[in-house]
Design a protein around this ligand. Sequence first.
Ligand code: HEM
Length: 425
Amino acid sequence: AAVPAGCPAHTSSAAVPPAPELFTWEFATDPYPAYAWLREHSPVHRTTLPSGVEAWLVTRYADARQALADSRLSKNPAHHAEPAHAKGKTGIPGERKAELMTHLLNIDPPDHTRLRRLVSKAFTPRRIAQFAPRVQELTDRLIDGFVEKGEADLIHEFAFPLPIYAICDLLGVPREDQDDFRDWAGMMIRHGGGPRGGVARSVKKMRAYLLELIHRKREDLGDDLISGLIRASDHGEHLTENEAAAMAFILLFAGFETTVNLIGNGVHTLLNHPAERERLQRALAAGDSELLATGVEELLRYDGPVELATWRFATEPLTIGGQRVAEGDPVLVVLAAADRDPERFAGPDTLDLSRSDNQHLGYGHGIHYCLGAPLARLEGQAALATLLTRLPDLRLAGESGDLRWRGGLIMRGLRTLPVEFTPGA
Ligand code: HEM
């Protein structure tokens, strides 16, 4: 009763529930309650990441969209103010300074403009559309591999290999070498933030392989994407071999774990929303693909794969959502939090596969907007439609609450997704 009027300590502790702990096991399993708290009480929130790096988390939709398109926020880690962290311990992609790291997601205009224009000439919507039959064939082949068993781990047997084979095919990696890629990529996913040795070796092998492949393709151009990258020129400018290798690497990397988790999180969400899942199955059976298209967008909004992988660095002091941010500070746009903002989405915590006003930020926004979105949509739609059609009684083997999430911060995804179904469909 004796609380002094206006005393901030007392008024705030009475009104505001305590700040949630971030980056715990509970947070990895279900970050959405913490994101709701942040949006409401600390929308531009200073936090210490598990790596020790201090960063701002931006969680409201309007602030997030603005920050993603703000040219004062650089993607280049050279703008990070904490040089003590610049030796590769930050977990910030690119601060490792490996050769493959000078790519679209770590650079600003004008270099970004030039490289993006060049790659866009090779990575065209037409090329992706032509690739649809191959994605369907891959999807069916992977399901053939486990359909007789009546059970599978959908991450390892399906969601993980599909995008890696797809992007290898697009790039023009010969089929007999694709399993090497799968193994290198698997090593990088499994040990993303962990032991460096194996990961560094895998990156090195991949780089050597890509440089060699680019070299070979230069002698004998085909109609694959790497040949397209070599051919692409803009006012006489070409990609150097290093740039082409870095580009192939980022296409693999930006397009790999994201798509694994689009499929994994998407199937997981559908299995936990039986009414929406049945609605989709009925639409597919009736040959209606409209709900599939809006549904994959909604799954991305509802539980998308990109958690905090949107690093930016303030190149000058600026204000985001009323909060002063100092020059050199890292800013993380939390897409998953923005995409549940009730200020932007009606009933944000409800899954509505036919949601029409759905300008989610799952693919980013502005000049770094996901280059691979058409491919991701193609793979996501083929994967979900084929699974639900061929395995109509697909169900989780075990409890949803027992599933383990990676908790890697950069990406949100399941370690395994054990399912059961009637064999032989
Ligand atoms: C950029 C998400 C699949 C290639 C991005 C960004 C996001 C994103 C959020 C922007 C990051 C930022 O602004 O900091 C996703 C999601 C995917 C997906 C959710 C799957 C569901 C793919 C695929 C590819 C790809 C399949 C390529 C094969 C890229 C590239 C960039 C990018 C190259 C960098 C573009 C630039 O900086 O100009 N993606 N992505 N992505 N994505 Fe994707």
